[in-house]
Design a binder for this molecule. Sequence first.
Ligand code: C2E
Ligand code: CA
Ligand code: CA
Ligand code: CA
Length: 279
Amino acid sequence: TFVLIVALGGICGLATNRLRQRRNSPLREMRRALREGEFRPFYQPIVDHGARRWKGVEVLMRWDHPSEGMIPPDQFVPLAERGGLIVEMTRELMQQVGRELTPHVEALPSDFHIGINVSAEHCNGSALIDDCRDFLSRFPGGQIALVLELTERELLVRSEHTDHLFAQLHQLGVRIALDDFGTGNASLAYLRQFRVDYLKIDRSFVQMTDDDALSQHLLDTILTLSSRLELDTVAEGVETTAQRDYLTRHGVRYLQGFLYARPMPLANLLETLAHPPAA
Ligand code: C2E
Ligand code: CA
Ligand code: CA
Ligand code: CA
């Protein structure tokens, strides 16, 4: 067993080690990748359980590396944030999503949500509002709704600037989802100030449906809180029918997870959306 664990550890560490061993620093390697268009959108559908239809997608970034293969975001997003590259990468991602989705807009359900993960740094200056305006200008019929996912792990500090920014986003019709809800400590005042429309319950809480009574109690507290706030709730990381049943019984309407679909490239997404959700 010991040998096996070491071997697995070796394989899992391989991609990062190779990146580290490059003569180029990881940040320079990311700048190169950005120029080459190697950061690609994957899409994970979100289900409207009550209506038995697809509500939208979350866009999840992948690094399609020429020699390392598909690299997941945990391995490069934090570095991109620290290195000041994330805003440019997100802008590029939004442009790609806009470009590749517009030809298929007729195939999308009405009021289709497109969720983009946004880092706190993007909320400085006017970059975010410009990027959202550019994105929405590709969908002049208003067939889609743009949802920005802001993580509760990285709470924004309120200022005149953020007040103005969120008012402008609101005017554009952009909706805000508080991501990883339950892992941070956003207050009711915070949710109001930032005009949050959706709460996304973190996967770690969704997994608690399977655990002991104490964990379930914690999950119930989160669910009660979100229903009291009268915000629409999305549960992420739904993997089993037991989890689905527990969540829907407790008033969660929107579900996202491997039970329904994994993150996938556009071609597969279009096939998936052609049929109603199975589970
Ligand atoms: P997140 O925003 O919480 O995204 C949900 C993550 O859960 C995704 O991981 C998704 O693939 C995964 N997931 C969805 N359903 C299930 C499930 O049923 N079971 C399990 N085990 N996992 C599930 P992914 O794609 O690896 O992304 C990880 C994180 O990287 C994201 O967490 C987000 O914080 C960050 N990220 C991804 N794309 C971007 C981006 O474009 N910009 C920024 N700033 N961050 C991004
Ligand atoms: Ca997210
Ligand atoms: Ca969210
Ligand atoms: Ca999460």
